[in-house]
Design a protein around this ligand. Structure first.
Ligand code: SF4
Length: 319
């Protein structure tokens, strides 16, 4: 009789039982959320490995530049400026480029935080929602819903939530332009934040306006600034800035006027009486617009540094 029975000794039996228990345990355990593969069951119109692009808007500052978001398998992986957007025309500042860090930075805030004395303590969403719900119910109608600058559906959602719990929705934006809007309303009767056509200016004077870093739309203005500077052969593109600190904008100006905070206009009123810089530049421009002056300007620009010590008039043709 053929005996096919497998015989284990005690040591092997215990090993096999251990592996089996581990395998069963691993099979039953829920995989941690971060190990899940997005689109395990992919939508029909999404092909794995193929990037998809979406037009969106940068919300890192109130300028609202147009974005193209590159996504792979449902995850945003790159932001670029939208070339078809009238404001930034394809440009995107460093802050906009870093917008993805809000999604993926390992040091980002990942859970609700509850103030615990001088410190912040991480809480679960259930704990946080219960806490907020209790506070709203206790405050009844004396609740303010404070958000950043929101537009579109987010603003509508915040408004709906606020009205459903009897809260007033208040938006706060560090670079708020309400004063500019009010000035526009008082001056031109238009209740809107203006957009400046920097590219068309022949002489630009900025009073405390950090055009290239923070003011209104830095990316759009940087493009306009480059266009304005391109008029230099024609005598235009002169830029004066009056500000309390030397910003990137000030560093790119032809004239930087230091002023104590709040005194920018007073200082320049005095200065403009003494030194009408832009008018002088324009008259230079009119001289430079003659054919001979333009030739001289081109010759000077093309000359190597040593040749610039030569007489400033262009060499006469001997032909
Ligand atoms: S200026 Fe920069 S941060 Fe502001 S919206 Fe444009 S890209 Fe975003």
């Amino acid at each position: 009789m053929n005996d096919d029975r497998v015989v284990f000794d005690r040591r092997d039996f215990l090993k096999l039982v251990g592996i089996g228990v581990a395998g069963v345990t691993a099979g039953c355990a829920k995989p941690p959320a971060e190990k899940l593969i997005p689109y395990l069951v992919a939508p029909e119109d999404v092909l794995p490995g193929v990037p998809y692009f979406y037009a969106s808007t940068c919300r890192e500052c109130p300028a609202g530049c147009g974005l193209i978001v590159r996504t792979r398998e449902g995850r945003a992986i790159k932001l670029e400026g939208n070339p078809a957007h009238p404001l930034n025309q394809g440009g995107l500042c460093a802050r906009g480029q870093a917008g993805l860090q809000g999604l993926y930075d390992p040091d980002r805030i990942k859970t609700p935080l509850v103030k615990d004395g001088a410190n912040w303590k991480a809480a679960t969403w259930d704990e946080a929602l219960a806490l907020v719900g209790g506070k709203i119910a206790a405050a009844r109608t004396k609740t303010v819903l404070l958000t950043g600058l929101e537009t579109g559906t987010m603003r509508a959602l915040a408004g709906e939530f606020g009205s459903s719990v009897g809260a007033k929705h208040v938006m706060w934006e560090p670079f708020g332009y309400e004063a500019l809007r009010a000035a526009n309303r008082a001056t031109f009767g238009i209740d809107a934040v203006p957009r400046f056509d920097v590219g068309a200016a022949r002489c630009l004077i900025a009073f405390g306006a950090d055009l290239l870093e923070t003011f209104l739309s830095p990316v759009g203005q940087a493009r306009g600034f480059a266009q304005m500077r391109a008029q230099r052969d024609d005598g235009g593109g002169h830029f004066v800035t009056v500000e309390p600190r030397l910003s990137t904008t000030g560093a790119n100006a032809d004239e930087w006027v230091a002023a104590k905070p709040g005194t920018e206009f007073a200082g320049v009123r005095t200065k403009s009486r003494r030194s009408p810089t832009c008018r002088r530049k324009r008259s230079r421009g009119s001289r430079a617009s003659s054919p001979s002056a333009r030739r001289a300007s081109r010759w000077r620009a093309a000359s190597p540094p040593r040749a610039r010590t030569a007489p400033r008039s262009p060499p006469r043709s001997t032909c």
